[in-house]
Design a protein around this ligand. Structure first.
Ligand SMILES: Nc1ncnc2c1ncn2[C@@H]1O[C@H](COP(=O)(O)OP(=O)(O)OP(=O)(O)O)[C@@H](O)[C@H]1O
Ligand SMILES: [Mg+2]
Length: 283
C-alpha cells in the first residue's frame, strides 16, 4: 500500500510507498525508523484512522475503509494508542475516559467497572486519579490513561505508537512487562518505538522504516545482526550488542549476537569457563 498526505495539492507528501507487510496473529512486531520515516502513518492505517491512497489494508477479512459498516468491528478488533496521548483523551474524568471504549461495546456496567479497574492497575495508575480531569495530569500519567483506555477494550490487536515516551524507567518497565504478558496470552502487539533496547527484549520481528518504505524486516535477532546497514539508516543495534562488539574489537573472543544483558552474561561466562581469558594477577 501507499499513502500520500494532501494528495493532489502542490504540497502533497508521499509518506508511504510500496509497503508490503504481513503480520500474523499473536506476533509481537516492533517498528523502528528515524523521525519522519512513516511509522505513525503506517500504524494509523491498521484501524482505519487513515485510509491508504494506493493498495489495500486487510485486517482478517475486513478491507479497511471500503465497508463503512465494518469499521466498528475493525475498531473493536484493533486498538490504537496514539503517539501523543493528549490527542486521545477527551472526557471529563479519567474514569469516563477509560470507560469510553468498553462503553461502546454493549457490555454490562459491572464488566465495564471491572475493566476500568483492571486497566488502571495494568498501567500503574493510582485510583485517586480516576475522578480527576485527564487534562490536569502529568504527561506520563496521561500516557497511562490513554493506554488503559485502549487496554480496557481487550482488543485482539494492540497497536502502540511510542507507548513509553515520557515515562520514568520504573513505569516504563511495568508497562512493557504488561504488554509482554498480554502478548503471551495471545494478543497481537505492534509497537512503534525509538528504543531499540526495549524492542530487542520484546519483539519477535522488527520492521525498519526508511523514507516511507520498509528498509529491512525480519526476525529480531537477524535484523540486529546488520550493524552497518542499520547505521546507514541512522539506527543503532541494542546497547548490549554494542558493548559486546567493543569487547570483541578489544580482543575478547565473544559473540556479538546478543539481545539481552542475560545473554551477554552467559556469553562472557562461557569465555571464562573455556579459559580463553587469563586474569593477570600478581606474579
Ligand atoms: N498530517 C500530516 N500532513 C502532512 N504531512 C504529514 C502529516 N503527518 C506526517 N506527515 C509527513 O509524513 C512523513 C511521515 O511522517 P510520520 O509521522 O509517519 O513519521 P514517523 O516515522 O512517525 O516520525 P516520528 O519518529 O517523528 O514520530 C513525514 O515526512 C511527515 O512530515
Ligand atoms: Mg511517529
Amino acid at each position: 500500500m501507499s499513502y500520500i498526505y494532501d494528495a493532489g495539492a502542490p504540497w502533497q507528501k508521499q509518506a508511504l510507498q510500496g509497503i508490503n507487510l504481513r503480520i500474523e496473529d499473536g506476533e509481537f512486531v516492533g517498528i523502528v525508523g528515524p523521525t519522519g520515516s512513516g511509522k505513525s502513518t503506517l500504524v494509523q492505517h491498521l484501524n482505519g484512522l487513515i485510509l491508504p491512497t494506493g493498495g489495500k489494508v486487510l485486517v482478517d477479512d475486513i478491507e479497511v475503509g471500503t465497508d463503512r459498516r465494518r469499521m466498528k468491528e475493525l475498531r473493536r478488533k484493533v486498538g490504537l494508542v496514539f503517539q501523543y496521548p493528549e490527542q486521545q483523551l477527551f472526557e471529563e474524568t479519567v474514569r469516563a475516559d477509560i470507560a469510553f471504549g468498553p462503553g461502546n461495546m454493549e457490555l454490562d456496567p459491572d464488566e465495564i467497572d471491572r475493566r476500568v479497574e483492571w486497566a488502571c492497575e495494568a498501567v500503574g495508575l493510582e485510583s485517586e486519579v480516576l475522578d480527576r480531569s485527564p487534562f490536569e495530569l502529568s504527561g506520563g500519567q496521561m500516557r497511562r490513561v490513554a493506554i488503559a483506555g485502549v487496554l480496557a477494550m481487550k482488543c485482539q490487536v494492540l497497536v502502540l505508537d511510542e507507548p513509553t515516551a515520557g515515562l520514568d524507567p520504573r513505569g516504563r518497565a511495568a508497562i512493557l512487562n504488561q504488554l509482554k504478558a498480554l502478548n503471551r496470552s495471545g494478543m497481537t502487539m505492534i509497537m512503534v518505538s525509538h528504543s531499540i533496547d526495549d524492542l530487542a527484549k520484546l519483539a519477535d520481528r522488527i520492521v525498519v522504516m526508511w523514507e516511507g518504505r520498509i528498509g529491512m524486516q525480519g526476525e529480531t535477532r537477524e535484523v540486529f545482526r546488520h550493524f552497518d546497514q542499520l547505521q546507514k539508516m541512522s539506527l543503532d543495534v541494542p546497547q548490549i550488542a554494542q558493548i559486546m562488539l567493543r569487547l570483541k574489537e578489544a580482543g575478547l573472543p565473544v559473540t556479538t549476537d546478543v539481545l539481552t544483558v542475560d545473554e551477554a552474561a552467559e556469553a562472557l561466562a562461557q569465555v571464562f569457563r573455556e579459559g580463553q581469558i587469563c586474569c593477570a594477577g600478581p606474579a
